[in-house]
Design a protein around this ligand. Structure first.
Ligand SMILES: NC(=O)c1ccc[n+]([C@@H]2O[C@H](COP(=O)([O-])OP(=O)(O)OC[C@H]3O[C@@H](n4cnc5c(N)ncnc54)[C@H](O)[C@@H]3O)[C@@H](O)[C@H]2O)c1
Ligand SMILES: [Zn+2]
Length: 363
């Protein structure tokens, strides 16, 4: 048994499974056929990931009777754009993909978002499968059906909700993922625990080192639990009417940091780590959470080697970045706070209230 765990995402007739296993790429073919019915597949990946893992996945698909066209897109989030999207459509047409075909995304969240949006829109939508190869994509980006591309004005400004038919996780692919990327992905695992499940948080206080070292006893249950939490939130609020906003814990300031740093020097998960510590401290200052909640969030992220302090940029720069955050509603932002560990809520705050004069940005 190489699929050791499955998590269900319950969405009526669009429900699907997240299959988590080790060294299971060679078995993905039949599962993908079963989930999509496809006999023709575009396998979208980036060269770095494709070189290592596309062969096994394609062979498995071919022995399940599927015609496979591999399509490589250049690495990096700047590739998640309209031009690459146009190229994908042309490749899909050239490969003869029709409405009964499928798109398989093999890679991190960048590939998943781009290929997923292509699948959502090509011929008004064709089946789609995620084979995530980063921690972040396994626990976050590949689950929940949000797909998008960036515009030069901002990230994820053009997108859709298009649920995958299957998420196929091979934890062995993480062995080639750099430690810095593993840490960044771990920030989203910590997020899931912080907003939803105190006992999971306590488990991470013991196990997160093992997760980063890819020890199966620590990694597999942590991936499973983080996926379960995302799956539960998404099942109850697929289109982000309320509950799903809790997944934005730490993300208001994270987006500001990403904007101000030009996305390059800081990884998304690193920005989220800083944003979570900030939001947890704000929750304490607002009288919503005990000081210990913020201390534990900070300690866990620091132990994982993640940054916990926002860069010391001028308050005015942060405020400007917060005002253009696309999640703003009128002048107020639904800022995600903790009401203790494992319990989150949103509070409508203006940027100036989120970051009052004198609020600690760094040490
Ligand atoms: N749709 C969602 O709900 C959602 C949620 C969170 C993030 N995202 C999106 O996900 C993207 C970030 O995802 P990411 O952190 O996975 O980044 P990524 O896809 O850019 O991958 C990070 C780097 O790791 C490399 N890589 C991937 N797998 C590897 C492996 N197994 N071995 C070696 N190298 C590997 C990639 O080539 C890349 O250089 C962003 O575009 C973000 O907007 C989407
Ligand atoms: Zn995130």
């Amino acid at each position: 048994m190489t699929v050791s765990r499955t998590v269900s995402v319950e969405l009526g007739d669009r429900s699907y499974e997240i299959a988590i296993g080790r060294d299971n790429l060679a078995e993905a073919g039949p599962a993908i056929v079963q989930a999509t019915g496809a006999r023709r597949v575009a396998l979208v990946t980036v060269p770095e990931v494709g070189r290592r893992y596309a062969g096994r996945l394609s062979r498995s698909l071919r022995s399940a009777g599927v015609t496979v066209r591999r399509v490589d897109v250049p690495d990096g989030d700047k590739t998640k754009n309209l031009r690459q999207l146009g190229k994908l459509y042309e490749e899909f047409l050239d490969a003869g993909l029709d409405r009964s075909s499928a798109v398989v995304a093999l890679g991190g969240g960048m590939v998943g978002d781009l290929a997923g949006f292509a699948a959502a829109t090509y011929l008004r939508g064709i089946p789609f499968v995620q084979v995530p190869t980063t921690v972040l994509a396994m626990v976050d980006a590949s689950v929940g059906g949000k797909v998008a591309v960036n515009l030069k004005q901002g990230k994820n400004l053009v997108g859709a909700f298009h649920q995958p038919r299957l998420v196929w996780v091979d934890t062995a692919t993480l062995q080639s993922l750099p430690l810095r990327e593993r840490r960044a992905g771990a920030a989203e695992i910590v997020k899931a625990a912080a907003i939803w499940d105190e006992s999971f948080f306590t488990q991470l206080e013991r196990d997160l080192g093992g997760v980063l070292d890819l020890e199966p006893e620590a990694l597999d249950p942590a991936l499973e639990r983080a996926c379960e939490i995302k799956a539960q939130v998404v099942s109850r609020d697929e289109r982000e009417a309320g509950l799903r906003m809790l997944l934005n814990f730490g993300h208001t300031l994270a987006h500001a940091v990403e904007t101000l740093s030009g996305y390059r020097r800081v990884l998304h998960g690193e920005a989220v780590a800083m944003g979570m510590v900030f939001a947890a401290r704000r929750s304490v200052d607002l009288g919503l959470a005990p000081a210990s909640a913020a201390e534990r969030v900070e300690a866990l992220l620091a132990a994982a080697g993640l940054p916990t302090e926002l860069p010391e940029w001028p308050r005015g720069a942060y405020l400007k970045a917060l005002r253009v955050d696309k999640k703003k509603q009128d002048a107020r932002i639904r800022f995600v706070v903790l009401r203790g560990l494992g319990k989150a809520d949103t509070v409508p705050l203006t940027p100036a209230e989120i970051l009052p004069k004198g609020a600690r940005r760094g040490r």
